[in-house]
Design a binder for this molecule. Structure first.
Ligand SMILES: C[S@@+](CC[C@H](N)C(=O)[O-])C[C@H]1O[C@@H](n2cnc3c(N)ncnc32)[C@H](O)[C@@H]1O
Length: 225
């Protein structure tokens, strides 16, 4: 099976374990910094409507809804969308990134688009380019992802497919490892530029004790704004 198909399939197989890990606060980096980082980055934009792209079980939509923000989440995993709907706090749709462009007229425009650890595919430029159709004038795209220098580990600092076994969450309950595409900082910046975005802010949320970066957070706007 191609890495892309295996990646999509893994999010159905791992949905229950992922939902449990997120909701029980078992992902340390989230507890320490990254959950607050994306929430604060979005709140700082004072959006009325936010689209959570690859929303998973929906925690970010729920957090934004608590601030009176209209949150819509889309995800490819049916059990994750079901879990999100059951918990409420937003409107959740079963949708692949490749379907976003066609869904744009129905979904409407958003003041902010959030991608929290959800850009895992190899060629993200087409879907990032499609996101312009969903962005309100002056709106922003907020991406949080693994920090390339921390996530690189002992492998060469080079773009390529990697395999996540979720051992870092300390859980054996994830039945399927997830292929994901590692990209260097240079590739992140080039991909955003090729998709017609200009970066406004680059943040590196860090571990409060070690100060090592836990994620890379980018806020970008349309280049032609
Ligand atoms: C690491 S999880 C992050 C979930 C959520 N953003 C969060 O912060 O908890 C990645 C999510 O991206 C979704 N995803 C990955 N590729 C996708 C695609 N092509 N279309 C829609 N969703 C996708 C997965 O189903 C999964 O829910």
């Amino acid at each position: 099976m191609a890495p892309h198909d295996r990646l999509i399939k893994s999010w159905t197989a791992n949905a229950a374990a992922w939902t449990d890990a997120v909701r029980s606060g078992r992902i340390e980096s989230r507890r320490l910094a990254t959950a607050a980082a994306i929430e604060q980055a979005l709140l700082a934009l004072s959006p009325a409507r936010v689209l959570d792209v690859g929303c998973g079980e929906g925690w970010l939509c729920r957090a934004l809804a608590a601030h009176g923000i209209e949150a819509v989440g889309i995800d490819v995993s049916a059990p994750l969308v079901e879990a999100a709907r059951a918990a409420g706090g937003g409107r959740f749709e079963l949708l692949r990134y490749a379907e976003l462009a066609d869904a744009a007229p129905r979904l409407g425009r958003f003041d902010a688009l959030a991608c929290n650890f959800a850009l895992l595919e190899c060629d993200i430029v087409p879907m990032l380019s499609d996101l312009h159709r969903l962005l309100a004038p002056g709106g922003r795209l907020v991406i949080q992802t693994v920090h390339p220098w921390s996530a690189c580990g002992d492998e060469p600092y080079r773009d390529g497919w990697r395999l996540e076994d979720f051992a870092g969450i300390g859980d054996q309950a994830f039945p399927e490892p997830m292929p994901w595409y590692f990209r260097t900082l240079a590739t992140w910046l080039a991909d955003l530029s090729h998709a017609g975005f200009v970066i406004d802010q680059l943040q590196e949320p860090a571990h409060p004790d070690t100060q090592r970066p836990l994620s890379l957070l980018l806020v970008a706007g349309a280049a032609d704004r």
